[in-house]
Structures are given as structure tokens and as C-alpha cells.
Design a protein. Structure first.
Length: 160
């Protein structure tokens, strides 16, 4: 039980990411007009889009029920694996624990959208001229940042 007490903060990180993700998606969905960019800077817009595919709109043209079920199942399997990894990870592996927490929060944020909306709300739109990076959201940012942090952590982990 003491071990879980030390790991609680990492689950709190995931919950905060989920809350921020869901709030920002709700805000975007209620305050932005679908597919109409709201210019914030010369390289960044807020653009409400519905992503029926995977990260960064991969497979977004196929809007089939099997795809929704597949992505939802992958998200849930990933969440279960990440929870187990957080529990089993030594408390000294802080970078790994933070990484897993970020990925878990992002996966569950996007899972919520898929399960209750049938698509993921994206709204962060970076661009250079007419070239746009695929729109994304806070959950995608947390997953990407968590993976990058995990890769960086691997460089600092002592091999035995």
C-alpha cells in the first residue's frame, strides 16, 4: 500500500492531463466554428476539426465502425499496460513515471472522445504559409511529449 501511495502523484498527473484535455476540447467545440481558422499568430490558428482516425489524422478518411472500435480497444489496452508499468516501475525512475503518466493521460483523453463522440476533437493548428501540420489537441501533445521524455530518459538510465 505504501508503494501505491508513492505512485499516487503520477496518477494525479494523468488525471490533470485528462481534465485539461477535456476542458480545452469542450471549449474549442463550443467556441470555434468547425473548419474555420481563428488566427492567433502568423503561424498558429485555433481550428476546430473532428478526427475519425489516429494521431495526427492518420487513417482519418476511413470512418468505419471497426476503426472506432479498434482505436478504442488500442487506447484501453495501452491504458492498462501503462497503469501496470507505473505500478511496477521503481520509484527512483521518475522520468519514466512522468512519461508513462503523460502518455496515460493523453490516451485516456482521446479514448473519452472516441467512446462518447465517435471522433477526437482537434483544434491546435500550426502552419508555415500554406503548409499545415495536422491539427492536434492537448492529449496528443501529452502523448508526444511523454514519448520524447521516455526516449530522453533512456539515455540517462544506467545499464546493468
Amino acid at each position: 500500500m505504501n508503494l501505491l501511495k508513492h505512485k499516487l502523484k503520477y496518477f494525479v498527473i494523468a488525471i490533470v492531463i485528462i481534465a485539461v484535455d477535456l476542458y480545452t476540447k469542450h471549449y474549442a467545440n463550443t467556441h470555434l466554428t468547425f473548419a474555420q481558422p481563428f488566427e492567433v499568430t502568423s503561424f498558429f490558428n485555433l481550428t476546430l476539426l473532428y478526427n475519425h482516425g489516429a494521431a495526427f489524422s492518420f487513417l482519418s478518411n476511413d470512418q468505419t465502425s471497426w476503426q472506432l472500435i479498434m482505436f478504442a480497444c488500442i487506447s484501453m489496452i495501452a491504458a492498462i499496460v501503462l497503469i501496470v508499468m507505473i505500478i511496477r516501475q521503481p520509484t527512483t525512475a521518475k522520468l519514466n513515471l512522468i512519461s508513462f503518466s503523460m502518455i496515460l493521460g493523453g490516451a485516456l483523453g482521446n479514448f473519452y472522445d472516441r467512446a462518447f463522440r465517435g471522433f477526437v476533437i482537434d483544434f491546435l493548428d500550426f502552419h508555415v504559409g500554406d503548409y499545415h501540420w495536422p491539427a492536434f489537441n492537448v492529449a496528443d501533445s501529452a502523448i508526444t511529449s511523454g514519448v520524447i521524455l521516455l526516449i530522453l530518459a533512456s539515455f540517462f538510465t544506467k545499464k546493468s
